[in-house]
Design a protein around this ligand. Structure first.
Ligand code: FSO
Ligand code: SF4
Length: 545
């Protein structure tokens, strides 16, 4: 195996024996195989479509799901990955038949030529490894693209589940997959594609923003309980709002409460979700603390997306965890959607009824719901505070949380920020400072949480609005700094999206990605001023002044 897609990769270079995340070498290899199949399918599909011929239906949703299943901590189940490989090979055969019928010329990439025999899976997976590209700069650009596509796929899938699709996004994804399949893809074309990935990332985030806020109302300022009630509960994790809505509907009146974990916290901010009285609160913190927090929760847990941490051998919750969508874990039950996209939670609810109420691990409330609509409602107040000097600067600190101790940096950075600086956050990174009680400035909380990592879109929209209000020539002239924490591939698409909007001098940490080669880093530094982090003191001087 070779995997270097996340921030916690072994030695900051790559996992080669087993993932730090817990991913087995076999799973990693099958994911490489799956991505090879995905590249092959997308390349043939695009070639057919470009001739004007009718291609096979469902190619887009196939590669979106497959890309999502290869995100860090999403799917640890070999059988589930291999199912997708089999599905892709069947699709490829259909596509090849159409290509033949219409005399579509196809390149001779191994992704296309390979016949898909089961006996070859092991050998072929090695051919599809990240290391198939020997030139490290080419490899780096191709990985930046595919990792960005994984994040984009996740956001696109959530939007799609709410009925929002946009084939221009999936057309781009198909073209980008075909480009990275090309062993001779030129460097400049790849670099342009990296930037285009960011551009389409903005479109995908905007689509999801529209899907979420049209379906569930615009997020609004909300106090979220972090304590517990007396009823048994179901804990729901991940990012999918359609799934939590279905769970809320099916648990209503059953005596079973619903709690959010990690990235599902922002569900509480949406009017059409917060209206459910039995949506009691947010239990625990970011994804990486789940082993402790799931064991005291006492009830069943459902994963709508990543981030899964493999349980300890003696974990008391092992028999009451359910996965859905692109996620999977060997031995855990998987809830499939029916033909209409509905999921049946009756088994989860039945188990919950036999469980104790959650054990209290915290008490109190946290405040969030500052997505763009809510921020714009406060615009006058915010602009006045900036003009009067009460607010000196904003610092976007969104992204991911993770288990490395070096991430304490973000807690300390937040604590040591001057009191006239406001943190704009989104994603699970917020758990590093959302319980610090950092106070407010003229009634504006010093930590404004827009929502999930995809809601980083809010900060792009807000920055553009501030630019307009203050008549700034450039987004980079605003009193705005970016100190972003990353972990997995959704953070990659967020970063590429910000770059595509022209944001400069973004700091990412706690370490720079292993998949960015020195040569590509040089370009990113020269063109965008991208940088890492140093010490809290030094960075406060650099970013805040
Ligand atoms: Fe966090 Fe995990 Fe949302 Fe990620 S829960 S780390 S960037 O999946 O997606 O912020
Ligand atoms: Fe390693 Fe991260 Fe890949 Fe897991 S996802 S195998 S921790 S690089």
């Amino acid at each position: 195996m070779f995997c270097f897609q996340c921030q916690e990769t072994a030695k900051g270079m790559g996992c080669t024996i087993k993932g730090v995340c817990g991913k087995e070498a076999s799973t990693s290899n099958y994911q490489d195989l799956l991505l090879g199949v995905v590249r092959g399918v997308a390349t043939i599909d695009r070639a057919i479509r470009k001739t004007g011929a009718q291609s096979v239906a469902g190619v887009d949703s196939y590669f979106v799901d497959a890309l999502f299943a290869c995100i860090t901590n999403a799917n640890f189940d070999d059988a589930s990955i291999l199912n997708r490989v089999d599905k892709g090979i069947a699709l490829k055969k259909q596509l090849l038949a159409i290509a033949k019928e219409h005399n579509v010329e196809l390149p001779d990439y191994h992704e296309i030529v390979w016949g898909g025999e089961k006996a070859d899976y092991e050998a072929q997976s090695r051919k599809e490894s990240v290391l198939r590209n020997e030139n490290e700069d080419l490899r780096s650009l191709k990985e930046l693209i595919v990792l960005g596509l994984k994040g984009m796929a996740a956001y696109y899938e959530h939007a799609g589940r709410l009925g929002y699709t946009d084939t221009t996004i999936t057309d781009f994804m198909g073209d980008a997959l075909a480009l990275i399949a090309n062993p001779d893809a030129p460097m400049d074309q790849l670099l342009n594609c990296v930037l285009d990935t960011g551009k389409w990332g903005v479109t995908a985030m905007a689509l999801l923003d529209k899907a979420n806020s049209t379906t569930y109302g615009h997020p609004e300022i909300t106090k979220v309980n972090i304590g517990v009630g007396k009823n048994p509960g179901i804990l729901i994790s991940g990012h999918d709002l359609h799934d939590i809505e279905e769970l809320l509907k099916q648990t209503e009146g059953t005596g079973v409460d619903v709690y959010t974990h990690g990235e599902m916290l922002p569900a509480h901010y949406y009017p059409e979700l917060k209206k459910y009285k039995h949506l009691v609160g947010n239990y625990g913190n970011a994804w990486w603390k789940q082993k402790e927090e799931f064991s005291t929760f006492n009830g069943p847990i459902v994963f709508t997306t990543n981030c899964i941490v493999p349980p300890s051998a003696n974990a008391n919750y092992k028999d009451r965890v359910f996965t859905m969508n692109s996620t999977g874990f060997p031995g855990w039950k998987h809830i499939e959607a029916d033909a209409n996209g509905h999921k049946d939670f009756s088994e989860v609810i039945a188990i919950a009824k036999t469980c104790e109420a959650p054990t209290e691990i915290e008490t109190g409330e946290i405040v969030g719901g500052f997505a763009h609509n809510q921020v714009f409602a406060l615009a006058d107040k915010i602009v006045d505070a900036v003009k009067s000097g009460a607010i000196r600067k904003f610092v976007v600190m969104g992204g991911c949380d993770g288990r490395m101790r070096s991430r304490d940096y973000y807690t300390e950075f937040a604590q040591q920020l001057p009191h006239d600086v406001v943190i704009l956050t989104s994603g699970c990174a917020k758990f590093k400072y959302n319980k610090l009680n950092l106070g407010d400035i003229n009634g504006i909380p010093r930590v404004l949480d827009a929502g999930q990592c995809n809601d980083s879109y809010t900060w792009a929209v807000v920055a553009l609005k501030l630019k307009e209000i203050f008549g700034a020539a450039d987004i980079n002239d605003l009193p705005l700094a970016f100190n972003i924490a990353w972990y997995e591939q959704k953070a990659v698409i967020v970063l590429l999206a910000l770059l595509s909007l022209g944001v400069k001098n973004i700091h990412i940490g706690p370490t720079l990605p292993a998949f960015v080669s020195p040569g590509v880093l040089k370009v990113l530094v020269e063109q965008f001023g991208l940088g890492g982090i140093t010490t809290v003191e030094e960075d406060l001087k650099r970013m805040i002044g």
